[in-house]
Design a protein around this ligand. Structure first.
Ligand code: J2J
Length: 536
């Protein structure tokens, strides 16, 4: 079997421990520690259910005993595909207590993706909801279990049927040997949108550090109330500071099933939510909804936005509409987290994606040959540090492409550093169209297209072309009037673009197809652009 986990070099691990980044406690024990300090405070609100830290701690213990009774042991993997719910939270921490490793899948994922995850992770159990947003997960899980002999248990969070239920697993509390703090705690999915999914092994110590340091940076305390609107299987709402960071300071986490404003706004008003995290696509919807929505959002102090590019204009409108501070977060499940700080000046918050969380995060910005670019120039972001992985889980030779020999993660992100030391994400290194040998950066053309008065948003994708290899297609959201290709060319030429950078075709969509977490799904756009009716 290929290597599951690539540890940090021993002397660095010691340094991270000496500096107090890595604490000698596994996440399950961390929670016990937080719960003993904040026992009577409310940890979790899930609909009508309110759990104090002590309640949740006890439920975690009962579930850990239940998982143990099934025969699950430290090092086993369990696929967790649950919507935001108390069951999700209790199950994950119960697995942490045993050293069993949850593999976090998004509720929106379906059998092709789940199959691929099972192939790599070989989970012993699959934790699923009965139904969520109209989809019955049980038939899918049964089919998947039939194809993957590693899967011994299907555990349903919901009404009893032929399967085990999460509630039915609970057993009286007992003590277990805790896993080591340097052991793998959980497997996250990489945000990468191509090929087979990559699994990201995060350790107890590094994950707890990212959560605690993020909570401190965001100024969280016991009175903080965090709304988990995005799916908790994603690193952002889970750890930045999210659920785990909020628990670490004795704050309250309120769970939303879906990230729409129709669910979120009443929750913010009812629970006096102080902080939440969104992707830009949702931030735009929340902004628009405030034109007529009357919910009292005055408690909201900080709105975090990350996961994809946030236009400065959108950031400005969002801040005005929600009446709170905005924070840009440029993060990756592989590790590195960059934040604008709550007290940063406006231009930093509105136009940059902030700077690294840890004093020991290392960032290099390099050209195609791996050489550092001149200050202010753009290049690929490479990073390593106390919470950035050194290799994907069981990825074999794929790791050689994603990590440098000296342990930097190659993010694939094209960034530049401002004079003030903040990073600006300009696109993806490989998000380019190779038009007869001329490389065109999609991000550059998109930026010009967005300046067109009729264009609300733009994405440029490659379409296979028999002559050029690839040609470019501009996919536009233009709700009022759809500019033709000639008009677009004239406009772009007016902005100084050369002929080969002008889109070869144009297509229109009413809204973006989104990935499971809510980023623009460029793969799907490229498929759409290939369809003949999309041609201009
Ligand atoms: C542009 N691109 C961004 C940003 C991420 C917090 C926030 C986000 C993620 C995340 C995360 C971006 N502007 N502000 O894990 O903890 C793109 C980059 C990056 C990739 C990582 C977190 N913030 N991105 O999005 O693992 O391309 O993590 O490399 O899903 O999203 O995706 P993912």
């Amino acid at each position: 079997m290929e290597r599951a986990f690539h540890p940090w070099p021993e002397e660095l691990a010691r340094k991270y421990e000496r500096r107090g980044y890595w604490q000698p406690l596994a996440l399950g024990e961390q929670f016990r520690h937080w719960a003993s300090r904040h026992a009577t405070r409310t940890a979790l609100v899930d609909g009508a259910t309110r759990l104090s830290f002590a309640d949740l701690d006890a439920r975690i213990d009962r579930l850990a005993a239940g998982f143990h009774a099934l025969g699950l042991v430290a090092g086993d993997r369990v696929l967790v595909q649950l919507p935001n719910s108390a069951g999700f939270v209790a199950a994950c921490f119960a697995l942490f207590r045993l050293g069993v490793v949850p593999v976090l899948a998004m509720p929106a994922q379906r059998s092709a993706e789940i199959d691929a995850l099972c192939q790599v992770a070989e989970p012993a159990a699959y934790l699923l909801p009965e139904r969520f947003l109209g989809f019955d997960y049980r038939p899918m899980a049964e089919e998947i279990a039939a194809r993957h002999p590693s899967l011994r248990f299907l555990i349903v969070d919901g009404a009893p049927g032929p399967h085990l239920t999460l509630e039915g697993l609970e057993r009286p509390r007992r003590d277990f040997a805790a896993p080591g703090h340097r052991d793998v705690a959980l497997l996250l999915l990489s945000g990468g949108t191509t090929g087979t999914p990559k699994l990201i092994p995060r350790t107890h110590a590094d994950y707890a550090y990212a959560a605690r340091a993020s909570a401190e940076l965001c100024g969280l305390g016991p009175d903080s109330v965090t709304l988990a609107a995005l799916p908790l299987a994603h690193n952002f709402p889970l750890c930045c500071p999210g659920l785990i960071g909020t628990f670490s300071v004795g704050g309250t986490v309120v769970l939303a099933r879906t990230p729409g404003f129709d669910e979120a706004f009443p929750l913010i008003a009812r629970e006096r939510v102080t902080i939440t995290a969104l992707v830009p696509a949702l931030a735009r919807l929340w902004t628009a909804a405030r034109a007529w929505n009357q919910d009292d959002l005055s408690s909201l102090a900080l709105l975090q936005v990350g996961g994809a590019r946030l236009e400065p204009a959108a950031a400005t409108e969002l801040r005005a509409a929600l009446g709170c501070r905005v924070q840009q977060v440029f993060g990756m499940a592989e590790g590195l987290l960059c934040y604008t700080r709550p007290d940063d000046p406006d231009d930093v918050v509105l136009t940059t994606q902030g700077r690294p969380l840890s004093p020991d995060d290392e960032v290099r910005i390099v050209d195609e040959d791996g050489n550092e670019v001149a200050p202010g120039e753009s290049g690929e972001l490479l990073t390593r540090g106390p919470y950035t992985i050194r290799g994907y889980y069981r990825a074999g030779t794929a790791n050689a492409a994603s990590f440098t020999p000296d342990g930097f993660y190659r993010s694939g992100d094209l960034v530049r550093r401002t004079a003030g030391g903040n990073l600006v994400v300009e696109g993806r290194v490989k998000d380019q169209i190779n038009r007869g040998g001329e490389k065109i950066a999609a991000a550059e053309i998109e930026q010009h297209l967005r300046a067109h008065p009729a264009v609300r948003d733009a994405a440029v994708v490659a379409v296979p072309d028999p002559r050029l290899g690839e040609r470019s297609c501009a996919v536009l959201i233009a709700p009022e009037s759809q500019p033709g290709l000639d008009g677009l060319h004239a406009f772009l030429r007016g902005r100084g673009l050369p002929r080969h950078k002008l889109p070869d075709q144009v297509a229109f969509v009413r809204s973006w197809p989104l990935t499971a977490i809510g980023k623009i799904d460029k793969k799907q756009l490229a498929r759409l652009a290939r369809m003949p009716e999309a041609e201009a």
